[in-house]
Design a protein around this ligand. Structure first.
Ligand code: PSU
Ligand code: MN
Length: 299
């Protein structure tokens, strides 16, 4: 029995070296409110298909890792009961216990790379939480998995300068897409920098080509700023994050539950502005990832 269940369309794309983009699914199971989560997952796949590229959303169904979830499976992860948030450390547990769940960037990157997909899109990676004790396993997985991840930086609920430093310290190249700044998820400008700014998918593919040739072990991050109309200014986010973090502390919310709690609370505190920004950047990152995937297969 195969370890990963790859949908026929995705299998065919990989065999024929057609462009494909993997999507994680924790944003779907734990990042966005229902039913917007399901609509967004469908819109992301559509954005990829519109570029002539095959989407492969990764997730867990009844203890099996799947690449290329069906509409029914997407619905199950988006709207079902007892849906787990599955990170790399949970993969064996989830398999043994027959879990159904959304896979984080960490778990999705692990699976995508081993199944032969080179590009993954997400909203924002996990990172170092404020206070420094809670560190997302996304970071460790990115340091040791040669894959390209398209994102809008790390989520705004985090200590973004510490997260940026970590990426630098662990030799993960950070490329700004149409920007020379490291974007702050809901906000376009947070005063941090990237290693290089590029303005075409071909430039990204060129860097990726050399990354591979040189045998470098890490992921490459391509950071795309949130579309301008949906941006939420940094100061608005900062005060909402402070409030949400204090509430989480008072209610004893920590560990894997912290990120979903803060994302939901920020949505409430900003009257939906952060949720709209999150949806916009997820779609935009999917579109950019698809364009990079096309340039990559030409390499
Ligand atoms: N991007 C989003 N929304 C999300 C996430 C990413 O726009 O909910 C998810 C990703 O799956 C990421 C996870 O891996 O949040 C990080 O969770 P933690 O901080 O517990 O590792
Ligand atoms: Mn954590």
């Amino acid at each position: 029995m195969e370890v990963w269940e790859i949908a026929p369309k995705v299998k065919e794309a990989l065999a024929q070296k057609q462009p494909a983009v993997a999507l994680e699914s924790a944003f779907l199971s734990h990042g966005l409110p229902r039913p917007l989560n399901l609509e967004t997952a469908a819109a992301m796949e559509e954005a990829i298909q519109k570029e002539g590229v095959i989407p492969a959303t990764i997730g867990f169904v009844s203890g099996k890792a799947k690449l290329g979830l069906s509409n029914e499976e997407l619905e199950l992860l988006a709207l079902g009961q007892d849906v787990h948030k599955i990170s790399t450390r949970d993969l064996a547990i989830a398999t043994a216990q027959g879990w159904t769940g959304g896979t984080t960037v960490s778990a999705s990157v692990y699976i995508a790379h081993r199944a032969g997909i080179d590009i993954l899109a997400t909203g924002g990676i996990g990172g170092i939480h404020i206070g420094g004790q809670d560190v997302s396993p996304d970071l460790a997985t990115l340091a040791e998995t040669p894959i390209l991840v398209v994102c809008s930086g790390a989520k705004s609920i985090l200590d973004l300068s510490a997260t940026r430093e970590w990426l630098e310290a662990h030799s993960i190249p950070v490329i700004g897409y149409n920007t020379s700044e490291f974007p702050g998820f809901y906000s376009r400008h947070i005063g941090l920098s990237v290693d290089i700014g590029v303005d075409s998918p071909h430039q990204v593919a060129e860097i990726m080509h050399h990354h591979q040739r040189l045998g470098l072990p890490s992921a490459i991050l391509v950071t795309v700023p949130v579309p301008e109309p949906e941006e939420v200014p940094r100061d608005v986010i900062q005060s909402a994050v402070e409030k949400g973090s204090a509430e989480a502390k008072a209610r004893g919310i920590s560990g894997p539950a912290l990120t979903p709690f803060l994302l939901a609370r920020l949505g409430e505190l900003t009257a939906g502005a952060t949720t709209r920004a999150n949806v916009a950047l997820l779609k935009e990152n999917s579109r950019v990832a698809a364009q990079i995937a096309k340039a990559w297969v030409e390499k």
